[in-house]
Structure formats: structure tokens, C-alpha cells
Write a protein that binds this ligand. Structure first.
Ligand code: 26V
Length: 809
């Protein structure tokens, strides 16, 4: 794209304000500015979008489709400007016209169509696909309500609906002509055709229209624009051939209208425990049926190849098991509509799908009541049943050694459909998201499947897009890096490694110091404006930002804070580097224990932050409504990145990578991608503590841990636990009995007490290290230098070569 100059942009903005909105710059507010700037960016994007599509069709490239119930894309104006090469000019133009770019960008409502790591990963992958010029697209749902907005009221989480589409969303294009019909319920009738093949006809189905809204995915400075296609559920009106008159009548029933609206109504806000709700199942089938229909239609129209060749031109990645009904849906279309035999259809299907697993937590594993699938999706259930039948037979006859294991391998067992098993059997690739996670899948969680299909299993360590998480979120650091090593790292993030040469260069370290300090001051100002609390920008910014979950152990973190507070109360003059503990976390609305922890953090904050005795040495900040745009503010200012999950529980983590890339040092357990960070930077550049995964798994298997013993022998812990139970926090007499009992009477399932002492000692090490400014900065630069390895560009290249077999265009 030609570089747009500041002068030209100013002119365009001024003209557009007049022509589109009838106002002059002097009278415009930041929202007007946001609207016209987005429209100017769209003018750049649209021709490239059209050309990219045309080019892909003309060359008939193999395409990858990323199917996901979640895409946590956040705001798009700034990243689209960045990727179009217009960001600097736009910022200058806005400033010269009297606006703060930050205010203008903040007018955009975050697209929060995801819960956390899994949804954000999908968004990073789309950015990398387009930036590396891969033909790859996302399919998801256009939820009218994204992840709830969190307010903290009297220390408690309160959820508000996130109506992110209140204002027109400038990045979507409705494509009515591409709508498809999805059918639920009804009866299936089977007929024999003259040639002996079977025909299936559906009767009395409930039909729903899936209407796509396309969002452009802009590559970085390369004119590529891929597509994120989000489906919206609408009633089927008019004299559409598929709709019976009974059906039309049926939709006059408002309840039904309502139940259709619900399908793309809201994102399920729980990523911690699986619940077998029918609406969620409807959402899943709605996504996969519309997407698979669309993919096949596109293939037939553009490739002019027989359907049996689908795997040569199409590969579909399913993001966790949530879209795994795509496998029987593909079988259904291939057999019932394309008239392939079972065997031919199975061959195509199992060469098209690849599955990524994102968790080994048993409470998150999806299984559906067989009867529910049978009632909602009768034809799909028949197919699942047949897949199961054939699979079990195959194990029985070809793998005698696994015969006993059939109940644990069967896709349908004891009245439930096991989605991970379906996904493994129906895919040619199964991957975990960090080295340790994949090893746990192979050796433990999916051991028997690994024995059956050793070649399917592979690892793809997660990554993050350095464009959003460094270039865009931390322009000062990005510019400094470019000043030092030149701009090549932007296209090839692994070249950040050149920074290593400078990790002891005093002049340079001072500049890094200055950037970090400016970012901390900016965050301190934001905190002040949001909470009224003044934090010391010379204090250590210790950050834990992620969903609230017991295994992530925000509780361990706040225990440490309470310990420090107790120490300071006893000895206010002790020599301690001031610390600011920053939290951001949403709890699933129904997750009681998680909500108690939020309340505890806020209660501790309300005591510590106002206690004059401790001389401002300790501050606790809980920033409400943690989301992508808040992450962009916090991460550049972090000194310490808390990654303290119970070892073996965090599949990968990606916040760990974002903070590393912004110069924070990880204080964490040997879990998920922390291990790979540790192996890269070396033990001198990271703070590792606590039980190892083998030890945790060993305790689970053989017992041998007793939380009560630690409570009885460690006075520091006893004191904290008793304070919780008795509500003995200064003026507040709120008690946290449930936390107390949960730990002591359930034997501390996440090993909070067990890891407390090593955690505390490691914090002491970190505090001491922080006092040596040069040494700290040198560690920080070392971390940035190695972080290129965690660019999602690297991850996507590995998916593309090992799994997808697609080429950069
Ligand atoms: C689970 C469930 C359970 C059923 C109801 C709805 C629902 C929605 C989302 C999830 C997601 C759980 C899996 C997940 O988010 N895993 C995270 O994936 C990240 C990206 O791979 C990884 O970095 C995190 O470690 C992992 O926890």
C-alpha cells in the first residue's frame, strides 16, 4: 500500500467529517473522529480484500479454515491502521487536529467474543495468517452480547451485559446472499434409491437462517486481507424453497423468534466448567453447519474438482472440541448431499480435520447427553453412532491389547457422547499447545489414543502477535528496539535476539529503563483516574492478569500480599522495596470460589491501600473489567509477570509471552509455556518456584500431601488462614470461611499451602534482584531478546508446514 501522509490524512478526515457527518473539525468529538477514521481505513482495506479473494480463487490455493466458538479480537481501528501502514500518520493527523489518538481509539467497543486464552489465540492466529500471506480464514459466531462487562461493587463482581453492537460496527459487512439454512429437530426418513444407495429425508425440522457478517483480517504491510466470517441467526422468511408454509406460521410465534435470536445471542461466559445446556449445543451446530456448508459450496464453485479431492484444497482446524460436530456434519453433507459412500466420505473427512486440545482439566471436557443430540440433531446422531460403531470394532479386531479399554475410548459410552474422542478419531492431527501439555496428553490424558494413533499427535506451542502486543501496545519500546537493532525484527521477530549483544550496555539499559518508567507512569495515571488510588511509579509493578480460576492460584498471590502486610504492620520500618500488586480477572458468573477470591483481593486492597502505618509501601489494585484493551495498557508497564498455576494445569498460557515480550520477568511455576520460557532465557533470567508437574501428578495419584500439617507448622500460613476465617481484617469484619474450609477440608487441591514458602522465598529473591537496577534491566532485555520465539508467526508457520500443508502466497 502506498504510505499515506499525515497531510493527506488530515485533509481526508476534514472532508469526510463534512461530507459524511455534516460537521467541521472544530465541532467534532472523538466519536465523530473514530467513525470517519474507520471509514478511511476501510477505503484502504476494501480493494485489497476484494483482490485477495479474487487472487485466491484464481490460483485455487489450498485454504485453511479456523473454526472457533470464540474470537477475542478486541478493538480493530489501531491494529488495522498499523497493518495498513497508516498508524503513525493517523496519530499525527489526529493530534494536529486537536485530538488525543487514545481517546479516538477508545471510542471503539472491544469485540469481546471470547472468554480468555483460547479466543485470544484464535485472534492472534488470524493476524499471523494474514501477515504471513497464508490463505486462511476464521469462522465464528456473531454474538450480540460478548463476554459480560465486570463491575466491582463493594468488592464483589457484578456482571452487566456487553451490548457491543449498540453503535454500528464499522468493520463488518453483512452478506445476505451467502446465507444458509440450518435445520434442527424433526424426523429422519430413510429410502433406498434405485442404485441401492440410501437417501435421507428430513421432515418437520426447525429451520434457522445463518447470515454471515464478514470482518476483514488485514495483513501487516502486504496488501493481504483475509476474512473472519461471523454467523448470525435469523428466522427464515419469505418464499424460500426450503420453507414450508407451516414453517412460516411457526415463526409468527414470538417465542420461536426469540429462541432463534438466542442462538447467536450471547457468548457462554464459563470457561472453567462444562455444562450440558441445549442452547450451547445449538450454538455449536449452528456454527459448524453454516461453516461446512459454506466451505463445500466455495470448493465446488471455485475448484471445479470432484468432492473427493476436498483435502487437497481444504483443511479445517477445530479450536478445542467446541466445533467438533463439524466432523459428523461433513459426513452428512458428503453422503446425503454429495452422495459419497460411507468409506469415501470418511476418507475425505479424516483428511480434512485437525484438532487442537487446550486443556486437560476434566471439568472442562465436553460430553453431551446422547439423547439430547439425538433429539436436536437426529441425522447427526445417527452418524456419530455409526462412527462410534466402526471405531469400536476397529479397536476390538485390530488392537487386542486395548479391548479392555473400549469403554474409555468409545465415542458414545454410558449414554454420553465424548467430544474429544470424536475429535481425535475424526481428525488426522491432534495437537497440544505447549511442550509439557502435549506430553501430558500423550502420556496421561490421551494415552490410549496415542497408542492407537501415535502419528496423529504433535505439539504446537502457542504464540502471540508481536504486532498488537509490542508494536501497537508499546510503541516506545518498539521504537527503542528499532533504534538499536534496526527494523528487520518487525517482519522477522526472531531477530529480536540481536538485542542480546546489548544486554550489558549501560547507555542502552538506561533507555530501556526510561521507557519502562514512562509506561509505568502512564499506567499509574490510569489507575488513579479509574480508582482514585495513587500508586508509586517507582514501586515494583507485580502483575497477574487472567481469568480467575482456582488452578491459576490468584489466592496464592493474595496470601503473599497478606503476609507482606502482616510483616509491615509488625515492623513498619523494615527495608522493603515498595510494591504494587495489580490484578485483572473475570470469574465465571456461577463460579462461587472464584468470586470469593475476587472479594478477598478487593477487601485486602481496601485495607492495605488506606493503612497509614505501612507508609505506602504496599498497594493492591484490582482493575475491573479486564479485557483486551485493558491488557494493552497494563502489559507494557509490568515488572513482574505472575504465572503461578499449579504445575500440570495450565496448558500453555499466553499472557506469560506477552509480558516477557514487554520486558517483564516471569515469576512462575514450571508449567505450560513457562517451561519453554525458562529453557530459552536460562534460570538466571526467570524466577521459578514450587512443585513440578510430576510431583503434583504423583500426589494426585499416590496421596502423601496433607494441607493440615502445613497449617499446623507454618505460623505465617496459620495466621493468614485464621485471619480469613475470623474476618479479622482491620475495620472490615467480612469473613472468608469458605476459602478456609475449602483449603483445609478438601486438602488444598491446588497446593496453595504447599507452594507458599517457596513462593515467598522466590519473591524475596526477585525483590533483591530488583534493587540492582542494571542487573534487572539486563535480565529484562534478555527476555525481550528471546521472546521472538513466541511470536504467533512462528506458531503459524509450524501449523502451516506440519499440519495444514499450505503455502505462503
Ligand atoms: C471451556 C469451556 C468449557 C465448556 C463450556 C464453555 C467453555 C468455553 C471455553 C473453554 C475453554 C477452556 C480451554 C482454554 O481456554 N484453554 C486455554 O487455552 C489457551 C490457549 O491455548 C492456553 O494458553 C491456556 O493455558 C488454556 O487454559
Amino acid at each position: 500500500m502506498p504510505q499515506v501522509t499525515t497531510r493527506l490524512l488530515k485533509e481526508k478526515l476534514t472532508n469526510k467529517l463534512i461530507i459524511d457527518r455534516g460537521i467541521q473539525v472544530e465541532d467534532a468529538n472523538s466519536k465523530d473522529m473514530y467513525i470517519v477514521l474507520a471509514s478511511i481505513v476501510n477505503e484502504e482495506i476494501m480493494p485489497n480484500w476484494f483482490n485477495t479473494n479474487k487472487h485466491y480463487i484464481k490460483k485455487n490455493y489450498k485454504q485453511v479454515y479456523y473454526l472457533s466458538m470464540e474470537f477475542l479480537i478486541g478493538r480493530l481501528l489501531e491494529s488495522n491502521l498499523l497493518n495498513c501502514g497508516m498508524l503513525n500518520a493517523a496519530k499525527e493527523a489526529l493530534e494536529e487536529l486537536g485530538f488525543h489518538p487514545e481517546d479516538v481509539f477508545s471510542e471503539e467497543h472491544d469485540a469481546g467474543l471470547g472468554n480468555g486464552g483460547l479466543g485470544r489465540l484464535a485472534a492472534c492466529f488470524l493476524d499471523s495468517l494474514a501477515s504471513l500471506q497464508y490463505p486462511g480464514h476464521g469462522y465464528g459466531i456473531r454474538y450480540r452480547y460478548g463476554l459480560f462487562e465486570q463491575r466491582i461493587i463493594h468488592g464483589n463482581q457484578v456482571e452487566l451485559p456487553d451490548y457491543w453492537l449498540k453503535d454500528p460496527y464499522p468493520w463488518e459487512v453483512r452478506k445476505e446472499e451467502e446465507a444458509v439454512v440450518i435445520q434442527f429437530h424433526g424426523k429422519v426418513h430413510m429410502f433406498k434409491r434405485n442404485d441401492g444407495s440410501l437417501e435421507f429425508k428430513y421432515e418437520n425440522t426447525d429451520k434457522v437462517m445463518a447470515v454471515p457478517y464478514d470482518v476483514p483480517v488485514v495483513g501487516y504491510n502486504n496488501d493481504v486481507v483475509n476474512t473472519l466470517r461471523l454467523w448470525s441467526a435469523e428466522p427464515v422468511f419469505g418464499d424460500d424453497t426450503n420453507v414450508s408454509s407451516a414453517n412460516q406460521e411457526f415463526y409468527h410465534d414470538l417465542d420461536h423468534q426469540h429462541s432463534i435470536d438466542q442462538i447467536s445471542g450471547f457468548l457462554y461466559p464459563d470457561d472453567s466448567s462444562y455444562e450440558g445446556k441445549e442452547l450451547r449445543l445449538k450454538q455449536q451446530y449452528f456454527l459448524v453447519s453454516s461453516s461446512i456448508q459454506n466451505i463445500i459450496k466455495h470448493f465446488k464453485k471455485n475448484s471445479k474438482m470432484p468432492i473427493s479431492k476436498l483435502p487437497e484444497k481444504v483443511v479445517i482446524q477445530i479450536n478445542d472440541t467446541h466445533p467438533s460436530l463439524a466432523i459428523p456434519e461433513m459426513m452428512r453433507i458428503l453422503m446425503d448431499e454429495e452422495r459419497l459412500s460411507w468409506d469415501a466420505a470418511w476418507k475425505v473427512t479424516t483428511n480434512v480435520f485437525a484438532y487442537t486440545n487446550h486443556t486437560t482439566l476434566s471439568e472442562a471436557l465436553e460430553t453431551w447427553q446422547a439423547e439430547m443430540i439425538q433429539y436436536l440433531l437426529p441425522r447427526i446422531y445417527m452418524i456419530i453412532d455409526e462412527i462410534n460403531e466402526q471405531f469400536c470394532k476397529q479397536v476390538w479386531f485390530d488392537h487386542e491389547e486395548l479391548r479392555d479399554k473400549i469403554p474409555e475410548l468409545a465415542i458414545v459410552a454410558y449414554g454420553r457422547v465424548h467430544m474429544a474422542r470424536l475429535a481425535i478419531v475424526g481428525s488426522f492431527s491432534v495437537n497440544g499447545v505447549a511442550r509439557i501439555h502435549t506430553e501430558i496428553l500423550k502420556k496421561k490424558e490421551m494415552k490410549d489414543f496415542y497408542a492407537l494413533y501415535p502419528n496423529k499427535f504433535n505439539n504446537k506451542t502457542n504464540g502471540i502477535t508481536h504486532r498488537r502486543w509490542l508494536l501497537q501496545a508499546n510503541p516506545k519500546l518498539a521504537n527503542l528496539i528499532t533504534d538499536v537493532i534496526g527494523p528487520q525484527w518487525i517482519k522477522r521477530p526472531k531477530q529480536l535476539i540481536s538485542l542480546l549483544k546489548y544486554s550489558n550496555d549501560r547507555v542502552l539499559l538506561d533507555k530501556f529503563d526510561q521507557v519502562k518508567n514512562e509506561n509505568k507512569t502512564a499506567l499509574a495515571n490510569y489507575i488513579h483516574q479509574q480508582t482514585g488510588i495513587l500508586v508509586d511509579d517507582n514501586s515494583i509493578f507485580d502483575v497477574q492478569i487472567k481469568r480467575l480460576h482456582e488452578y491459576k492460584r490468584q489466592l496464592l498471590n493474595i496470601f503473599h500480599v497478606i503476609y507482606l502486610y502482616n510483616e509491615l504492620k509488625e515492623n513498619p520500618n523494615q527495608n522493603m522495596t515498595p510494591r504494587t500488586f495489580i490484578f485483572g480477572a473475570k470469574a465465571a458468573p456461577s463460579y462461587y470460589q472464584a468470586k470469593e477470591v475476587i472479594k478477598l483481593i478487593n477487601t485486602v486492597a481496601s485495607i492495605v491501600n488506606y493503612d497509614k502505618d505501612i507508609g505506602g509501601k504496599l498497594k493492591v489494585i484490582f482493575l475491573e473489567n479486564y479485557n483486551i484493551s485493558l491488557a494493552e495498557k497494563i502489559i507494557p508497564a509490568a515488572d513482574i509477570s505472575e504465572q503461578i498455576s499449579t504445575a500440570s494445569k495450565e496448558a500453555s498460557g499466553t499472557g506469560n509471552m506477552k509480558m516477557m515480550m514487554n520486558g517483564a520477568l516471569t515469576l512462575g511455576t514450571m508449567d505450560g509455556a513457562n517451561i519453554e520460557i525458562h529453557d530459552l532465557v536460562g534460570e538466571d533470567n526467570i524466577f521459578i518456584f514450587g512443585l513440578r508437574a510430576e510431583e503434583v501428578l504423583g500426589y494426585y495419584q499416590n496421596g502423601g500431601y496433607n494441607a493440615q500439617d502445613i497449617y499446623n507448622t507454618d505460623d505465617r500460613i496459620k495466621r493468614i488462614m485464621d485471619q480469613l476465617k475470623q474476618g479479622e481484617f482491620g475495620i472490615h469484619d467480612i469473613e472468608f470461611k469458605d476459602i478456609y474450609y475449602n483449603i483445609l477440608y478438601h486438602n488444598d487441591p491446588y497446593f496453595v499451602l504447599k507452594d507458599f514458602e517457596p513462593y515467598l522465598e522466590t519473591h524475596e529473591l526477585a525483590e533483591r534482584a530488583y534493587r540492582n537496577r542494571q542487573a534487572w534491566l539486563s535480565m529484562s532485555v534478555t527476555n525481550i531478546a528471546y521472546s521472538g520465539k513466541f511470536s504467533s508467526d512462528q506458531t503459524i508457520k509450524e501449523y502451516a508446514t506440519d499440519i495444514w500443508k499450505i503455502k505462503q502466497v
